[in-house]
Design a protein around this ligand. Structure first.
Ligand code: GLU
Length: 478
């Protein structure tokens, strides 16, 4: 082991380095390059909450990276390691992510330094509401200006508290529910938001695997079926991605890395069983039918086809990048590969599907939720039965044909079952997400293969995103 720690840039510097790499290949008007790169504003709040008989002070942030479109969008993270640099890096990634998937938002991110496991439900509610209050009164949570969502350490529960807090402070705002996304279904949420980021990872991989040329760039062939996948982090994103890839695409999850170590199995891990084990035992240790590796980070370096970092930023860095053996990395987390590691991996020929695209499923479905809240109607409510009635007409005709043709031709009962129902909200959300992921992939791919000076998907993604942000600034007259 080396004794001198390797100096890495900070997360925000790392994002800037990747940005710089892309703008160097673009032809932006002087000054605009800088304008897009910088974070517009970061608000720091320190507030006290009376807990267990004494006042505890908390530090939180909401950073707005770019307001070329409003509202700005991005999650709120609850973790002890939250800091300004991190929140600003994540806000910048939100700008590029939204531009890439054509979600009409600017980029923002929030964070609160807190370990949610140290507090009970009631305490967390008081802390969350107080943080929300501080942001709401400064319009840093607002349906038309700034719309947060879940991120690490937050979920439907926190979003419901935030929405309720906003409603209490804006009693006459008919669009109050659109102040935050990722709410529970019965609190103004949308079907499919919880699974959305993981689902987006699956759709991204499917789209990648549709192209022989792209697979060849990573040294892969065939379909996702049987591909060996290692997942880091079995939180909301990692769990859903691994579950869908295993159950619906036939992939083999050979490794799962968690906080307390990793599980490894050449024949594949049952994601659902591992998840249940973690819920019951607080970690992966002791899970039967798999090899337990105490130094979980080492499993990142195991041989596999696809590596899915779905936990923290900076986990693939200058220290371990050289030892990474996978063929393809899909960044389900934000910023899992540092700028330096990115150079090393690229030189090794590893293909990286970048975070701003790979995990954009979350914000895409957040966009649908926001639209649903503003339109005050569930998706599919007007069309579903009408669609069914029209399908019934076709089925009636086919049944008539079936009767006439006798044994020569029979209507497949499975076809009828599948074809008849009109689309419900979940189906529409998945369809919208699938379309978004496919279209965005193609826009990156065009630049990746279409320009000789672009050799990787990340640079291509930045170029597409920056170009769109630049066009929007220009249209505004800036
Ligand atoms: N926190 C998620 C992200 O990093 C979702 C953001 C959103 O839905 O606004 O993309």
């Amino acid at each position: 082991m080396s004794t001198t720690p390797i100096k890495e840039p900070t997360f925000r510097e790392s994002v800037d380095l990747m940005y710089n790499r892309a703008v160097a290949l673009m032809d932006l008007p002087p000054g605009l390059e800088e304008k897009i790169r910088v974070c517009n504003a970061t608000y720091t709040v320190r507030f006290g909450v009376r807990l267990r008989g004494q006042i505890q002070t908390f530090v939180g942030y909401r950073s707005v990276h770019s307001e070329h479109m409003e509202p700005v969008k991005g999650g709120i993270r609850f973790a002890t390691a939250v800091n300004q640099d991190e929140v600003e890096a994540l806000a910048a990634l939100m700008t590029y992510k939204c531009a890439l998937v054509e979600a009409p938002f600017g980029g923002s991110k929030g964070g609160l330094c807190v370990d949610p496991r140290q507090y009970d439900d009631h305490e967390m509610e008081m802390i969350t509401r107080r943080f929300a209050y501080e942001l709401i009164k400064r319009d840093l949570i607002n349906p038309s200006q700034n719309v947060p969502a879940p991120d690490m350490g937050t979920g439907e529960r926190e979003m419901a508290w935030i929405a309720d807090q906003f409603g209490r402070m804006n009693t006459t705002d008919i669009n109050a529910k659109a102040c935050v996304t990722g709410k529970p279904l019965n609190g103004g949420g949308i079907a499919g938001r919880v699974e959305a980021t993981g689902r987006g990872v699956q759709y991204a991989l499917r789209e990648f695997f549709r192209s022989d040329e792209d697979k060849a760039a990573a040294g892969l062939t065939g379909s996702l079926d049987g591909k060996r996948i290692i997942v880091q982090g079995l939180g909301n994103v990692g769990y859903h991605a691994a579950k869908f890839l295993r159950e619906e695409d036939g992939a083999t999850i050979t490794g799962i890395i968690e906080r307390d170590g990793a599980l490894f199995s050449e024949t594949g891990l049952d994601v659902e069983a591992v998840r249940n084990w973690i819920v019951q035992n607080g970690g992966v240790k002791g899970f039967p039918d798999a090899t337990y590796v105490a130094d979980g980070g080492k499993v990142l370096e195991e041989d596999c086809d696809i590596l899915v970092p779905a936990a923290l930023e900076g986990v693939i860095n200058l220290e371990n990048a050289d030892r990474i053996k996978t063929k393809l990395i899909i960044e389900a987390a934000n910023g899992p590969v540092t700028a330096g590691a990115d150079d090393i991996l690229r030189a090794k020929g590893i293909v990286i599907i970048p975070d701003m695209y790979a995990n954009a499923g979350g914000v895409t479905v957040s966009y649908f939720e926001w639209v649903k809240n503003l339109s005050h109607i569930r998706f599919g409510r007007m069309q579903r039965r009408q669609e069914e009635a029209r399908h019934q007409l076709v089925v009636n005709e086919l049944e008539r044909l079936d009767a006439v043709l006798g044994d020569k031709w029979n209507l497949d009962p499975k076809f009828k079952e599948k074809f008849l129902p009109g689309a419900d909200e979940l189906e529409l959300v998945r369809s919208g997400l699938d379309d978004t992921m496919r279209v965005a992939y193609q826009s990156m791919r065009e630049v990746w293969h279409g320009r000789s000076d672009v050799t990787d998907l990340r640079t291509a993604a930045y170029i597409v995103a920056i170009d769109r942000v630049a066009k929007s600034y220009r249209a505004k007259g800036l």
